[in-house]
Design a binder for this molecule. Structure first.
Ligand code: UTP
Length: 312
């Protein structure tokens, strides 16, 4: 999934084109592609790579791949574009964008299922004989897309979806955690649980809500088809949005002024009866690039990436 706006990072291009500052100065896209090429060689198989863009960054993403000759992986790369939803101001009025049309923004990573279906990618996958699809974010430079263990666990447990987790760094870490809601797999946000729930432990002394969801999930095609047909709830986010006011003037706000609506990928988990969860090591599989500095920044991701590949 590479359709996000990356507002926290503040990079002007698509997030996948971001250079985290390694000696090689490779972009996130190239790091992920290097990994896929390595795994394809290891297992002697073709590993197709389906890249979700948004209307906002589709052109720049494809131009970037063209410029870099698709990193030598062209015949395995497929692009598809996610959906959009209108943005509204604080009074609930729809905004007009600079092109004179309704201002829209990407519909969140939860848009992935519907877009896979609508763009014909699930048909393409079936044509290629694909049964299992790993879905992850472009902004995790250690994302382990090819994982026979995760797939094996899903098959062994007879489930059509599986997810990877890392243990929460502390009970109050600001991450979503895998859980069950009304008996169905789900993710509960840190803001949705009380302190007591956050600190609750099981008989082994492990946190009850301690398995963080890291946006690394595996789905059977049948699960994607089911999830893509169900509407997901929208979550609102207050963002800065340039618009045209009623007098036709362009307004560039310097603080958030508008709501965008996003679906979350994990809101669809309840469509399957159960999910297998595999706990992995943070330092081996999770190096997110979210913020320009501090936690989950290029600096922390670079260190995790270098440490991991040095040990390998
Ligand atoms: P985030 O939720 O971190 O969003 O996305 P973001 O857009 O990258 O960053 P902020 O919140 O604006 O700072 C996690 C992953 O989901 C993808 C992102 O590209 C990233 O890989 N994503 C997110 C999409 O593909 N589409 C979306 O609409 C939102």
């Amino acid at each position: 999934m590479a359709g996000g706006q990356g507002t926290r990072l503040g990079h002007s291009g698509p997030k996948g084109t971001f250079d985290i500052g390694l000696d090689s100065h490779k972009s996130l896209f190239e790091l992920l592609c290097d990994y896929l090429k390595e795994e394809a060689a290891k297992y002697n198989v073709q590993i197709p790579w389906f890249i979700m863009t948004s209307k906002e960054n589709n052109h720049d993403t494809i131009e970037f791949f063209k410029k870099h000759k698709y990193f030598g992986y062209e015949k395995n790369i497929y692009f598809f574009t996610q959906g959009q939803l209108p943005m509204i101001d604080t009074e609930g009025k729809i905004l007009i964008g600079e092109d004179g049309l309704i201002k829209e923004a990407a519909d969140g990573h939860g848009g992935v299922y519907e877009s896979l279906l609508k763009s014909g990618m699930t048909d393409k996958m079936k044509e290629l004989g694909i049964e299992w699809v790993f879905i992850g974010g472009v902004d995790n430079c250690l994302v382990k897309m090819v994982d026979p263990v995760l797939m094996g666990i899903a098959i062994d447990k007879h489930v059509t979806a599986a997810g990877k987790s890392v243990v929460k760094a502390n009970p109050h870490e600001k991450v979503g955690a895998f859980c069950k809601k009304n008996g169905k797999p789900s993710v509960v946000e840190y803001s949705e649980i009380t302190d007591e729930m956050a600190e609750a432990t099981d008989e082994n002394g492990e946190l009850l809500y301690g398995e963080s969801h890291i946006l690394c999930n595996l789905f059977n095609i049948s699960a994607i088809e089911r999830m893509g047909k169900e509407p997901l709830p929208y979550h609102s986010a207050f963002k800065k949005a340039t618009y045209i006011d009623k007098d036709g003037n362009k307004v560039v706000p310097d603080s958030p002024n508008a709501y965008k609506f996003e679906a979350f990928l994990f809101d669809a988990f309840g469509e399957v009866d159960d999910m297998a969860i595999l706990r992995v090591k943070r330092e081996e599989e999770f190096a997110p690039v979210k913020n320009a500095s501090g936690v989950d920044s290029p600096e922390t991701a670079r260190k995790l990436y270098n440490d991991f590949y040095k040990k390998k």
